[in-house]
Design a protein around this ligand. Structure first.
Ligand SMILES: C[S@@+](CC[C@H](N)C(=O)[O-])C[C@H]1O[C@@H](n2cnc3c(N)ncnc32)[C@H](O)[C@@H]1O
Length: 200
């Protein structure tokens, strides 16, 4: 494991500032394409950070419930979506926030920052939030990630991942296992980009 300091509020604020101007992440674009016309359905952006994926959902016609612990989230999202957008922004932690029932739940690089002691509860609430036929798109970190061993975060082996998706229809699972960069420097990324669906 690379020595890594657990991210705190100041780190996330700087991280989210630095995201300005990037494109929506591929997994978000992928789930929006799979989910088809929004017809005013509700999406959740869990750990919405800069709000770029929230704005992509709004652009695609979704109502959005966006949540993150970063106190600057409401202003970040408002700057991107404008006053008419049907977005509810809630500042809160994954461990506490009440998720609405939704047709799409997206969590981009967010759930690994839940401690293992809380992860099962957070994951059950994510699954319970999905309406029948609802889409789930999440990035999870694997046990070969260079941050693995960081006790405040959750890393999964393949068997645990298989357990998490039991009962869901697996649409795609892209596994990234390569050296790269993070906001805090070079690292080895082991990421599961998961796209699944709750059966109707
Ligand atoms: C790696 S960033 C990802 C943000 C965004 N989804 C993206 O892809 O750029 C993780 C986000 O999760 C938020 N976060 C981290 N731990 C959290 C927690 N326990 N509860 C709520 N939000 C948390 C941070 O504030 C940050 O915005």
């Amino acid at each position: 494991m690379t020595n890594v300091t657990p991210p705190d509020g100041r780190y996330w604020s700087a991280y989210n500032d630095a995201q300005a101007g990037r494109l929506p992440r591929p997994l978000c674009r992928q789930v929006l394409a799979h989910a088809g016309p929004s017809d005013g359905r509700l999406a959740v952006d869990l750990g919405c950070g800069s709000g770029i994926e929230t704005a992509a959902m709004v652009e695609a016609g979704w109502r959005v419930f966006a949540t993150d612990a970063d106190p600057a989230t409401p202003s970040r999202v408002a700057d991107l979506v404008g006053p008419e957008a049907r977005v509810e922004v809630v500042v809160g932690t994954f461990e506490e926030v009440r998720l609405p029932r939704a047709d799409l739940v997206y969590a981009g690089y967010a759930l690994p920052f839940v401690a293992p002691s809380h992860f099962p509860d957070v994951w059950s609430r994510v699954r319970e939030a999905l309406r029948p036929g609802g889409w789930l798109a999440v990035d999870l970190l694997g046990d070969r990630d260079s941050w693995a061993g960081q006790r405040a975060m959750t890393f999964l082996d393949r068997e645990s991942l298989d357990g998490l998706v039991q009962g869901l229809e697996l649409v795609s699972l892209d596994e990234e296992d390569e050296d790269g960069r993070s906001f805090s420097g070079p690292k080895h990324w082991h990421v599961f980009h998961l796209l699944a669906r709750r059966p109707r």
